[in-house]
Design a protein around this ligand. Structure first.
Ligand SMILES: [Zn+2]
Length: 245
């Protein structure tokens, strides 16, 4: 599973900026405004995607917690405005477009309710980081940090728990770290053409410990099928989040 944000071109004013070609326009073709499709099959796929988003917002404690956290930071989400369904290339399942402040769920790549929740959760972490810190999405260290956080708080927490049965209990922590590192690396490279893996690894390694330890706004690493996310949602008031649901 892969989810990436769309970056805003190549600002080279900062030494950490990406010098590699931004291929977001290939990865998210619908963003270019050049693709128009009105056939019924496409419409069906879009409506299916939208209904899964609606259900995620209604029923996923993770999604509700993140939306509540965003609201408390002054970045309230308007469903019709901020989360959209589009077609994407096969490299990604979702994205966060900072210029439009919009989350893209890849309607042609995301089929299940759980995947929809994971994609929205991942992208909401990026949106939260952008809202909280006004992070610079042309700065590779900022991007790597947000990818580490999204992998840590959403992707690897949901996925790694599925592997617990095959993982020695004393290995779970390091396996989770490895999952986060691998996922952040993949996300960092997905929308940058010919970005060397050694360079991507160096960026991820540099910021890893700090960003891995930053658990805001969830406050804990969650495990699927556990009560962790329910506890986190219940305890959201400790973080001063408004209740919106
Ligand atoms: Zn991402």
């Amino acid at each position: 599973m892969s989810s990436e944000e769309k970056s805003n071109g190549n600002d080279q004013s900062n030494e950490c900026s990406s010098n590699y070609e931004d291929i977001s326009y290939q990865v998210y073709p619908d963003r270019t405004g050049k693709v128009t499709s009105t056939n019924w099959a496409e419409n069906y796929v879009k409506v299916r995607c939208q209904s899964k988003i609606g259900k995620a917002i209604e029923s996923s404690p993770l999604v509700k917690l993140l939306m509540s956290a965003l609201k408390s930071k002054g970045c309230e989400i308007d469903l019709n405005r901020h989360i959209v369904c589009e077609n994407c290339s096969e490299d990604v399942t979702g994205g966060y477009d900072t210029s439009a402040n919009q989350i893209v769920v890849c309607q042609n790549r995301v089929y299940t309710q759980q995947m929809t929740q994971a994609v929205i959760g991942h992208e909401l972490i990026h949106m939260f980081d952008y809202c909280r810190a006004k992070m610079d999405f042309t700065n590779l260290e900022h991007i790597a940090c947000s990818e580490i956080r999204a992998a840590n708080l959403v992707h690897c927490s949901m996925v790694s728990s599925m592997f617990i049965g095959t993982t020695k209990p004393w290995n779970i922590a390091s396996t989770h770290r490895e999952c986060v590192k691998a996922k952040a690396l993949a996300s960092l490279m997905a929308v940058r053409k010919n970005f060397p893996i050694t360079e991507a690894m160096a960026v991820v390694d540099k910021v890893f410990d700090r960003c891995y330890a930053d658990l805001e706004p969830i406050g804990r690493r969650i495990r699927l099928n556990s009560n962790h996310i329910k506890w986190a949602y219940r305890e959201r008031f400790h973080y001063d989040y408004d209740s919106m649901f």
